[in-house]
Design a binder for this molecule. Structure first.
Ligand code: PMP
Length: 362
């Protein structure tokens, strides 16, 4: 028996065990080809089927059709901070941003470097402990797009609604909650997500673009920076991250088998409720960072008060086979990332550990 740890890493993060087992099974001889999928041409028939099936299954999970294209790119979600405005803003246009955390700030910074980017919401004054309340975001109808970050990985907050921007295209960084819950994908102009949290290994970014927006990519953009050029070649303009795409495909199939996004959301809610209850019922020993109605179902952030106690907590957690709960360096404290692949049993193990630690140190 292989020993698997309780993995609360923020990304790269846990992958579903059945997916890893399938990868292991197929590694040396993929579908009778006598080689692994990493060793074959990205233009082969065998790979092509995997590539297109992955796209079809993501579309199925999201309930979107031909009005959208799905492309795979490299460069991490961070590249998209620049590529979205480069492609969608136009020469004299402006974009509006909601700054709800560390990564939203990153997107905004890149947007400003390249042109006119305007902040219309910021939660910085309260250390990004909340997202805007529904109905409070007012987007300028002349904006080229509105950008937001659906789940703030570092701070542990999440938008629990899709903002209404009228006819202004919605652009969303969904890196840390993509395919974790059902949402109205047809309300978006552009969605991007680095794979390494909920849907696969590092190395690929899934980009979903409404086809009419492809016309905005200027011909003057370098080919590899152009959504339109990459889409035209079905993400085969250059060698795509084939291994990552293959695993994303396996994860998509796994999610369909669980009943799609509604099925995985139910599991994710159960895990998050268990952990937030443990925090809320700790009599103040564990202090949540996020305001209640902005709490993330993916990244649960909390503090213990004294730094020494937090260090003790982290050291003791490792003894209990719990890994990855140290908070991001920019906020400190704890962060338990409970993405799709983290099991209820792992969350139970964490909650039991928290209860025991409190008994001994409270
Ligand atoms: N956006 C969000 C919401 C993230 O959580 C991260 C990574 N933690 C990034 C962007 C950056 O992703 P990458 O490392 O793939 O560039």
């Amino acid at each position: 028996m292989v020993k698997r740890i309780h993995n609360f890493n923020a990304g790269p993060a846990a992958l579903p065990l059945p997916v890893l087992e399938q990868v292991q099974k197929e590694l040396l001889d993929f579908q009778g080809s006598g080689m692994s999928i990493m060793e074959m041409s990205h233009r082969s028939k065998v790979y092509d089927a995997v590539h297109n099936e992955t796209i079809a299954n993501i579309k199925k999970l999201l309930g979107i059709g031909d009005e959208y294209s799905i492309i795979f790119m490299g460069g991490g979600a961070r590249s998209q901070f620049a590529l979205a405005p480069m492609n969608l803003r136009g020469k004299d246009g402006f974009a509006q941003y909601a700054i709800t955390g560390n990564w939203a700030e990153g997107a905004f910074k890149e947007g400003k470097k390249l042109g006119d980017a305007r902040e219309i919401f910021s939660s910085a004054a309260s250390k990004h402990d909340h997202v805007p309340e529904e109905g409070t975001i007012k987007v300028d109808p002349n904006a080229a797009f509105f950008h937001y970050t659906s789940n703030n990985t570092v701070e542990g907050t999440q938008w629990h609604y899709v903002p209404d921007t009228g006819s202004v295209p919605l652009v969303c960084d969904m890196s840390s909650d993509f395919l974790s819950r059902p949402f109205a994908a047809n309300r978006f102009g552009l969605i991007y997500a680095g794979a390494q949290k909920n849907i696969g290994p590092a190395g690929a970014v899934v980009v979903i673009i409404r086809k009419d927006l492809l016309a905005r990519s200027s011909d003057n953009l370098p080919d590899m920076f152009s959504y339109a050029k990459i889409e035209k070649q079905n993400s085969l303009l250059n060698t795509p991250p084939v291994f990552a795409i293959y695993i994303i495909g396996l994860v998509a199939k796994y999610l369909l088998g669980l009943g799609g996004l509604a099925g995985i959301e139910q599991r994710n809610k159960e895990k998050a409720n268990l952990l937030y209850n443990a925090i809320d019922e700790s009599g103040g020993f564990y202090k949540p960072h996020a305001q209640k109605n902005s709490r993330s179902l993916m990244n649960v952030t909390f503090r213990l008060g004294a730094t020494e106690l937090e260090e003790k907590f982290i050291a003791a957690s490792k003894q209990a086979d719990i890994e990855g709960i140290k908070g991001h360096r920019s906020v400190g404290g704890m962060r338990a990332s409970i993405y799709n692949a983290v099991s209820l049993d792992s969350v139970k193990a964490l909650v039991d550990f928290m209860s025991e630690f409190k008994k001994q140190n409270g």
